[in-house]
Ligand binder design. Structure first.
Ligand SMILES: Nc1ncnc2c1ncn2[C@@H]1O[C@H](COP(=O)(O)OP(=O)(O)OP(=O)(O)O)[C@@H](O)[C@H]1O
Length: 541
């Protein structure tokens, strides 16, 4: 599983797919796909939500079998019957969703390794030191995995995929959960992995990542290859046109930002997350935007983690009806905990949360939804859908009482309501009775958005990273709906690590810094980007 010698004659592709198709019932997920990836190449696979990207990776990783066609590795037929088989043959994968067990330590998770890896504690320590040296990937083996930030967990996933020294590694939307600084680090890791001779397949919706790190690209639409080639010969516009099937002129600024096509994000000071040196500064100015009365109000909120660390530190926030308020900041500055408290999933140590003047601090998610609070959590896969239930059940989760007649569930009304949401939010599914787990990752997210934004009444939306993992059309839909909600008087709070997106979407942007909110910065100020960037370092001049 090492790089071929430089003198080797024509090298067989590390991966070759010839005419690979895969159907699920009537759904054609992949349709006669041809694809080649060479050793040392970063091959980006692009396409809309549901285009077949994950299915392709799952076939190569042995989780799925092709319905027809063939897969070769190094010129030999490759038919892994399961992931352990694939790992033993030098193929590993970093999934769209975390595969680590949260209650175990990082070491336990890494030693669990499926197939291929057989390491004892000392061997693991040596290998971790090697990976840190080679790729700058540092993980704390004693940390409890569930207590790690999303970015740190992703780092462990990557380390886990590198442990068996693969010669082909598949990344299925690995940057969806990462902040800008972590994405930059990830891309340089990917380049180093490829430069060491490993073939890399990288799935991403972000064109900036493709142009930055990719050597070649293949674009899928509706399961078919619609184009691609060396990235030296393709522009971002070419790729967008291939992805959506028509030319697009003058992209909306939020769309451009979500594709990573605007100027680079300023990266906050690492000290902001490590809790080093200086005292946390006082929040600058009033945290209340000068708009209508607050629909959502947070006062003097404190959250202490179980290990005693103060993650939210006397935070105040007001979101007026009719406005879109953003929270930017380096991950780990309390924004995730704030969203969890607002959703009712996490109990605050002190402080109050009110919705239209009603104190909901002690209320669970159900009563909050009844008062009109829609929440799109950060980890939608774990916190917002129930994989065993159908699309309809997930779309109507918590609302089944409204659909009872004489105590019985009105199944016809349920189906009608679900079908209406599927159509309005463009959720691509074989039907509302299909298990939600059969939907592509992006379409599962669209279902969560559909449920939360269709609350009646809807008074406030709290959206954490609402465009993550979504394709161009879906981002457009989300942005439109958040704007429509605000225009109809709803208070919208958006937490995101995509500063360009926040600046384009929000009226004002706060910066989360050491458990507090700095700002707000009005986004119509021409220096807004610089002001936010400065606040991200904790400077409040
Ligand atoms: N286990 C399954 N059962 C039924 N249909 C499935 C299953 N897995 C995938 N599909 C369908 O196959 C198609 C391709 O899905 P896939 O997950 O490969 O898309 P994707 O390009 O990775 O999308 P995304 O960007 O949203 O992650 C979709 O229509 C999806 O609903």
């Amino acid at each position: 599983m090492t790089a071929p010698p430089a003198t080797a004659p024509a090298v067989a592709p590390a991966l070759r797919l010839s005419g690979v198709s895969r159907t699920f019932g009537a759904t054609v997920a992949l349709d006669a796909v041809d694809l080649e990836v060479s050793p040392g190449e970063v091959h980006c696979v692009l396409g809309e939500n549901g285009a077949g990207k994950s299915t392709l990776c799952n076939i190569v990783f042995g989780s799925l079998r092709p319905s027809s066609g063939s897969v070769e590795r190094d010129g030999e037929p490759f038919t892994p019957s399961n992931p352990a088989d694939a790992i033993a043959s030098g193929v590993t994968m970093v999934h769209q969703h975390f595969s680590l067990l949260p209650n175990l330590t990082v070491r336990e998770n890494l030693l669990l390794g499926r197939g291929g890896v057989r390491l004892d504690r000392a061997g693991l320590a040596r290998r971790l030191a090697e990976l840190e040296e080679a790729y700058g990937l540092a993980v704390d083996p004693d940390a409890t995995t569930g207590a790690l930030s999303v970015g740190a967990r992703q780092q462990v996933e990557i380390v886990k995929a590198l442990l068996p020294r693969p010669d082909l590694i598949l990344f299925d939307e690995p940057t969806g959960v990462l902040g800008p600084a972590e994405i930059a680090g990830f891309l340089s890791t990917v380049r180093r992995i490829a430069d060491a001779g490993t073939a890399v397949v990288l799935i991403t919706h972000k064109l900036a990542e493709v142009t930055q790190v990719g050597d070649r690209a293949t674009v899928l639409r509706g399961g078919r290859v619609v184009g691609g080639g060396p990235l030296s010969e393709l522009t971002s516009d070419d790729l967008v046109t291939l992805m959506i099937g028509r030319e697009v002129g003058g992209l909306d600024s939020v769309l451009a930002a979500s594709l990573g096509l605007t100027s680079p994000e300023p990266v906050g000071s690492p000290a902001a997350t490590t809790g080093a040196a200086a005292e946390a500064p006082e929040p600058a100015g009033s945290p209340v935007p000068a708009a209508g009365p607050a629909v959502l109000e947070v006062r003097d909120l404190v959250v202490d983690a179980t290990d005693g660390a103060r993650t939210v530190d006397h935070l105040d926030l007001a979101v007026p009806g009719g406005s879109i308020v953003g929270i930017a900041g380096v991950e780990g500055n309390g924004q995730s905990e704030l969203v969890s408290v607002l959703s009712g999933a996490l109990t605050a140590s002190a402080g109050t949360v009110t919705l239209d003047g009603t104190d909901v601090t002690a209320a669970g998610p159900g009563p909050r939804a009844a008062l009109g609070l829609g929440v799109i959590p950060e980890d939608r896969h774990h916190d917002a859908i129930v994989g065993e239930l159908t699309v309809a059940q997930n779309l109507l989760l918590g609302r089944l009482d409204e659909l009872r007649r004489f105590g019985m569930l009105d199944r016809r009304a349920m189906r009608r309501r679900a079908e209406d949401l599927v159509a309005r939010y463009d959720v691509r599914t074989a039907g509302t009775d299909a298990p939600i787990s059969s939907l592509s990752g992006g379409n599962q997210q669209k279902a969560v958005l559909a449920r939360e934004l269709s609350l009646d009444p809807l008074r406030c939306v709290v959206a954490a990273h609402p465009t993550r993992g979504l394709d161009l059309g879906a981002v457009d839909g989300v942005v439109r709906r958040l704007r429509e909600a605000a225009a109809s008087g709803v208070a919208v709070l958006v937490v995101s690590s995509e500063l360009s997106e926040l600046l384009a979407l929000c009226d004002v942007v706060h910066v989360a810094y050491r458990g507090r909110l700095l700002g707000p910065v009005p986004t119509d100020d021409p220096t807004a980007r610089d002001q936010v960037a400065r606040l991200m370092t904790g400077a409040v001049a």
